[in-house]
Ligand binder design. Structure first.
Ligand code: VAH
Length: 314
């Protein structure tokens, strides 16, 4: 029976991943951890992933067999404090890998389209290609991909991971990401029928609805390891879109919705360094990856779910 420790459990991915894992494997089989205390219906521990002793003792206490390591600073926050980002993103990852090695645990951590840079082919970015990111977040992601490969080759740790696009969800808002606009736009559309985008018109990035992201994690972790040629950095993709594409999808439900632009140069520079779209063939061939939500289906569901969760405000 799987017993899973999740770090960053109060984050955008973690908050929904814990719920989905508990529905699949049982509440007591999933230990949620985060740097901040939480009221949680299942097992929860405060865990600072940069503290190796604390990390080891929590994993040992619950006798977990899997670590899903999500605790990290995202791209925009990392650019504002690169040294702290290195310490958390790389120090935390090393501790997670060391615990997984010592306790012989299966391991998942996400990479990102942020692992690519301005010299990477921008359209249908290949699975194996040039990776020279120009952000601290991207440096962390490339180094993380290589470190996870190393722990598999050198120590036999069953490490696995995907390169996530920008993730869109309605449960826990993202914090400090470049793609956060694609979440904010839905809330603003319902609140005031308009949104001022900090990312310029015509800026394409790969995006994905959270349900597809969560299913991808479970499918990869349950897949036959003998079929995995790549392990820690599978490109996965669903929706290549620019701000005006979100606006057009929203206008099908809120005809008066308007978008305008006040570009944030820092986050625009990050977005411009990332691909317009990525090729997910390897994930489909090696473990059957498939996205179910396109921008129309995601928009319909996002607007409905936000209305249900915030009836008074929207
Ligand atoms: C960010 N949402 O914007 C994250 C993600 C691909 C983007 O890594 O930093």
């Amino acid at each position: 029976m799987k017993k899973i420790l999740v770090t960053g459990a109060r984050g955008q991915i973690g908050s929904e991943l814990v719920t989905k894992l508990r529905s699949q494997y049982g509440t007591d089989q999933v230990i949620a951890t985060d740097i901040r205390e939480a009221n949680d219906e299942g097992p929860f521990e405060v865990l600072d992933v940069t503290n190796p002793e604390q990390f080891f003792s929590v994993a040992k206490k619950y006798e977990v067999d899997t670590v899903m390591h999500l605790a990290a600073l995202l791209s925009a926050t990392a650019e504002s404090n690169p040294k702290r980002a290195w310490d958390i993103n790389m120090g935390g990852l090393m501790n997670a890998l060391e615990v997984s090695r010592e306790l012989e645990l299966q391991f998942f951590t996400p990479s990102s389209i942020g692992a690519f840079g301005p010299t990477t082919p921008k359209d249908q970015t290949p699975q194996d290609t040039l990776q020279r990111p120009t952000t601290m977040y991207g440096v962390n992601k490339v180094a993380g991909e290589l470190l996870c490969d190393y722990y598999h080759e050198r120590f036999g740790v069953d490490t696995r991971g995907v390169r996530f696009p920008g993730l869109i969800s309605y449960v826990a808002p993202p914090g400090g990401g470049t793609t956060d606009y694609a979440v904010e736009i839905y809330y603003e559309a319902l609140k005031q029928q308009k949104y001022t985008s900090y990312i310029a018109e015509g800026t394409y990035m790969d995006m994905m609805y959270m349900p597809d992201a969560l299913q991808a994690i479970i499918d990869l972790m349950e897949s036959d390891p003998a079929k995995l040629v790549h392990r820690n950095a599978f490109n996965i993709a669903a929706i290549s879109a620019a701000p005006e594409d979100f606006a057009a999808a929203i206008q099908k439900h809120i005809p008066d919705f308007q978008i305008d632009y006040e570009v944030d140069p820092v986050r625009q520079k990050i977005a411009d360094s990332w691909p317009n779209s990525i090729d997910a063939t390897a994930a489909t061939v090696e473990w059957g990856f498939k996205a179910n939500y396109d921008i129309a289906a995601m928009t319909k569901d996002m607007l409905e779910k936000i209305k249900q969760s915030e009836p008074a405000k929207s």
